[in-house]
Ligand binder design. Structure first.
Ligand SMILES: [Zn+2]
Length: 118
């Protein structure tokens, strides 16, 4: 699958700002007037970008928990870099914040590694 075959659609029925459908190669946006200058929204699309990148590179065989973890950690790293704050759910959902808390911890671990550690 090539990156230019990914389509974008508006779908108000999805539960989040955006969602990538790996089977249809479609990035769905909840609505067309998302606040794209918002670090929260941007970080969400960083997360979806992990899914799209895995799909394009055909490393999507690493499904489920590992891919989701990579998405949340990338999202937390981006949000931290952009805002200096920890990622948290705008709706303060405790289940989502529990996931974000783990992603924040992993993100800080990655951020604090020097380039010579990699
Ligand atoms: Zn995800």
């Amino acid at each position: 699958m090539k990156i230019d075959s990914i389509k974008v659609q508006i779908n108000p029925l999805i539960p989040h700002y955006g969602q990538y459908d790996v089977n249809k190669n479609i990035l769905m946006l909840k609505h067309s007037n998302l606040a794209l200058n918002s670090a929260v929204v941007q970080s969400f699309f960083i997360h979806e970008g992990v899914h799209m990148g895995n799909d394009v590179d055909k490393i999507g065989i690493v499904k489920g928990v590992d891919e989701e973890a990579a998405g949340f950690i990338a999202q937390a790293i981006y949000f931290r870099a952009e805002t200096g704050r920890y990622l948290s759910d705008p709706n303060n959902n405790p289940k989502i914040n529990k996931v974000f808390s783990q992603a924040n911890a992993a993100a800080i671990s990655v951020i604090n590694k020097s380039s010579t550690d990699i």
